[in-house]
Design a protein around this ligand. Structure first.
Ligand code: HEM
Length: 144
């Protein structure tokens, strides 16, 4: 599986294709919640740990919100809309300083957890391609 991180110019919002519903069909909700939880645990020890909640309770809530979103985007139950409303994710990320480096670290943590999944390559690729492109939408700070 090729986990190359795409390069974009600052300010670009590349077109995004949502992931295949097979990702949810094969992993199930529990699998997506575990994937997201493992991702947050890596982020909490990463070079961008300052961005994420330090208190366990807050971290658990963050895991839940993100899992709700990924289940929904993969065609599952609309937990996110029910609990948080419209995603508007670029706007929700705007209070945080997210630069190219933060995106790289965030994606690298996903590479680590996605590599461990026992799923057909095309299913992982679909999810990875989505993260690879959509993550650039959250970059809101230019590195000089
Ligand atoms: C570019 C790298 C990214 C960084 C550094 C980043 C960082 C963050 C931070 C600091 C938060 C707030 C704390 C939290 O609730 O976890 C957050 C929330 C969230 N992120 Fe990201 N994020 C990135 C990309 C993405 C992408 C690509 C997605 C979706 C595909 C995403 C989905 C979410 C969701 C659903 C939330 C919760 C929003 C809410 O409060 O309802 N993030 N992210």
């Amino acid at each position: 599986m090729d986990f190359t991180i795409n390069h974009y110019e600052f300010g670009q919002r590349p077109p995004v294709t949502i992931p295949t519903q097979d990702f949810l069909a094969l992993l199930h909700e529990e699998g997506i919640r575990k994937l997201v939880s493992d991702h947050y645990d890596l982020l909490s020890q990463s070079e961008v740990k300052h961005l994420f909640p330090r208190i366990d309770e807050a971290l658990e809530k963050a895991k839940q919100r993100s899992s709700d979103f990924f289940i929904q985007i993969c065609g599952g139950h609309t937990y996110y809309n029910e609990n948080r409303g419209r995603p508007m994710l670029a706007a929700r990320h705007s209070p945080f300083t997210i630069d190219e480096h933060a995106r790289k670290v965030w994606l690298e943590c996903y590479i680590e957890v996605l590599s461990k999944l026992d799923l057909p390559e095309e299913v992982i690729k679909s999810f990875w391609d989505y993260l690879n492109t959509f993550s650039y939408w959250m970059v809101n700070t230019k590195i000089d």
